[in-house]
Design a protein. Structure first.
Ligand code: DAH
Length: 345
């Protein structure tokens, strides 16, 4: 009986010694087993009753020692786990393959702009740029559109608050005025850029959009040069076989024309896009009015020129069959994802 009790204490001591504590769960299991309210040491304390008096002291010391061992092991393991957690900061695996980044695609407006720039580049046109916040003179007056001229109503203008002489440019024709003021002919530029008009936003109109303006000024520039330049552009951009020029009016050109490309009228879609005519309007153009040349300090005896201007969104919509201009400004990735990720133009 006595020997058995001593052996039990020894067994417990071995069990404590051999317990593996490698994580929080094992630590808690150890605590419940050896230190909890129903721990397995308690019954051995109770057994002291049955130990003969002359060995009670020895027995008592032995169990106390075992209990202390359990407590010490618990404390030490808890400390160890704590410092291990502190050292266990995630070290990245430098050999792991990199996460793949999703490739973006070019915006359809950029695709079309790049293509336009590339086509005119082949004809020797360089790029000119200027400010989107413009003064009244460069946007209107220099371009033969003085104050109170009815043509100003064609382009509802955003003026800068408290400064009626400054505005958001309504067309990239304003760049013409700057270039002519600053450069001697021959001038051969295109001016791509963003323009603003106070329009009610709908599927066909927006208050911001892009235009490409063209300007060619040199000696003996003729309407035939204009026609041929536009024809080349239409052929390259749309694969068009025919263009037609309809007489029109712009304050800065005389004569002025609007240009249609032959789109065809075969399918239902063609009919819808061309309103049943097969022709599609793509730009406005004309011979630069001598009054404009004079305003910008160009010798009208010596030089003449042509200009043209077109909307980039309109052409992107035609090319990619987009039926709502607002899609071009919303940056919805579901829309943008549809464009070729590798295309530049
Ligand atoms: N600026 C005109 C517009 O925004 C477009 C335009 C028409 C530009 C004829 C020109 C031109 O240079 O000759 O509607």
């Amino acid at each position: 009986m006595v020997i058995e009790a001593f052996e039990k204490v020894k067994e417990l001591e071995t069990a404590i010694h051999n317990s593996n504590i490698n994580n929080k769960e094992e630590l808690e299991a150890f605590r419940i087993q050896f230190l909890g309210t129903k721990n397995c040491i308690k019954p051995l304390f109770a057994a002291i009753r049955d130990i003969p008096n002359d060995r009670k002291k020895e027995y008592g010391q032995l169990i106390n020692a075992v209990k202390q061992q359990a407590e010490q092991k618990f404390e030490a393991s808890a400390q160890q786990l704590l410092s291990k957690a502190a050292n266990d900061v995630d070290v990245p695996d430098l050999t792991a393959p990199a996460e793949s980044l999703e490739l973006g695609s070019r915006h359809p407006v950029s695709l079309v702009l790049n293509q336009m720039i590339e086509i005119f580049d082949r004809l020797g046109f360089t790029i000119a740029e200027d400010s989107e916040i413009e003064d009244d003179w460069h946007n209107f007056t220099a371009l033969n559109t003085p104050e109170d001229h009815p043509a100003r109503d064609m382009q509802d203008t955003y003026y800068i608050l408290n400064d009626p002489s400054r505005l958001l440019r309504t067309h990239t024709s304003s760049v013409q005025s700057h270039v002519m003021m600053n450069q001697e002919p021959p001038i051969r530029i295109i001016a791509p850029g963003r323009v603003y008009r106070n329009e009610t936003i709908s599927s066909r109109a927006h208050c911001q959009f892009h235009q490409v303006e063209g300007l060619y000024i040199a000696e003996k520039v003729s309407f035939a040069d204009l026609r041929q330049t536009i024809y080349y552009f239409a052929k390259e951009m749309f694969g068009a076989t025919k263009i037609r020029l309809r007489p029109s009016f712009f304050p800065f050109t005389e004569p002025s024309a609007e240009v249609d490309v032959w789109w065809g009228c075969d399918s239902e879609a063609d009919k819808r896009i061309t309103k049943g005519t097969g022709w599609l309007e793509i730009l406005g153009c004309g011979m630069v009015d001598p009054a404009v040349l004079k305003n910008c300090g160009i010798d009208t005896e010596k030089y003449s020129g042509f200009a043209f201007g077109m909307g980039v969104e309109r052409i992107a919509m035609l090319k990619y069959q987009i039926d709502d201009i607002r899609l071009l400004f919303e940056n919805d990735v579901r829309f943008l994802k549809q464009f070729d990720k590798t295309a530049i133009f």
